[in-house]
Design a protein around this ligand. Sequence first.
Ligand SMILES: [Zn+2]
Length: 497
Amino acid sequence: MNNNKNIFKILLFLFVILCSCSMAQALQIVYPKSPNTQINAESTFFVGNTKPGSVLTINEKPVKVFENGAFVEVVPLKDGFNRIVIDSKNETEHDIMTYIIKKESKAIQKSPEVNLVEFPANEYIYASVVKNNTPLRAQPDEYAQRITHLDSNTVLMINGKKGDYFRVALTPEKNVWVRAENVVCYSTINEKMFALVNDVSVSSDKLYEYIKTPLSFQVPFKVSETLTGLTLELYNIKNNPSDTKLFESDETIKSFAINNVSSENKSTYFIELQNKLWGYDVYYENNCLVLKIRKAPQIDTNSPLKGLTFLIDAGHGGSDYGAVGPTGIKEKDINLDISQKLKNTLEQKGANVIMTRTDDSDLGLYERVKIAKKSDALVLLSIHANSLKDGANPYEKHGTSVFFYNAEAAELSKTLRNTLTQDLGMRDDGVCKMSLVLTRPTMPLSVLIEVAYMINPDEYSLLIKDEFRQKTAESITKGLETYIIQAVKNSLISDKQ
Ligand SMILES: [Zn+2]
């Protein structure tokens, strides 16, 4: 008899489980991604949706449910385990979900100090870069300032090591750092090796001016932007036969002089331009260093975008969703739709448009940069919708922002921000200088637009509307027109500067 009772109990239990599985739950949480997770921040947010009109509480605190059922709530976290109960109730359904979030105390998060290994004086490891776009940094830290980026096969002299980083001697006074995994070491040498330079030459084609420096091997270099042009420094140089040569000025270059190779074996190029900087790139063709400078565009002020080329990069794609909004729509799809609409509005103005992706495919950040480098585009626009990290408040930080890294893209960022906030009636979330893979290219002029926040319920409800995305595309097009007219007008660098 007892046995039968037990079997009945088990059947009833299975029945209840089956019923609850087949009944679709009204409450959906899109963030945090897992009910058991670790978040080391002062707070996190719960992003999700439930049946519109439901009464929602998180740890018994009432939470606003928006018209479309969306909700976003900031939940504070304490050290250790945080039990968070989300309760959604309406006339027919009652859903309860429990999340356990672990937060590590700051003391545990601190990583141990690593010692510097100093090589004996005048002893170097001769090494070479194995990955294009390898950054040299000011400190042995992945967040430290980037001094320059190097192509593969560039020869480096290493004189120390700290953690995952090698210390690189650029000059007797200047050391920088490179990630050990980005170089291959050959042998220890007792003297620095210096490169020989052949004749430096200047040439040009329809879009660019080229300064070419043939070398006996690839040396590290650094380009700095000045108010009137560019300065190029080449390290570990034995001689430069062009250092007394006078280069003729032309429609792009006003003056070009090379300093005598210094006692620290550095060769410095001073390039003054006729026009403001419209973009440049530096790279090796075998052992020849090429500095490629963009010429000022020729435009028709009545149709300023006509004949110009733009590269549009729809952020994320494929398995990389980007942010996910409260009702589950993904940022990658919103970005792609705005990008396609932008392509149409730009083409209607006579512009040529290239897209980094035209469908929902996976595309790495550096693959996008590769497309940008080959594109001959004047401007690169990366289109995104913003999100926040744990610890922030999506009701306080929201709106439209534009990111740039290089000074020559600052004015474009401001114009786009002004136009977008005006046309869309958005909060101004700022123009920010930020080192991002897609803001760092020095050619094309590169900006990244965060149209609005996926994680702010009001802005999310705009982003998912077709007509808002169309308006965004039209506003970006208008901003580009305004910028191009102004920038071409003010392009000439006056002598007063
Ligand atoms: Zn994004």
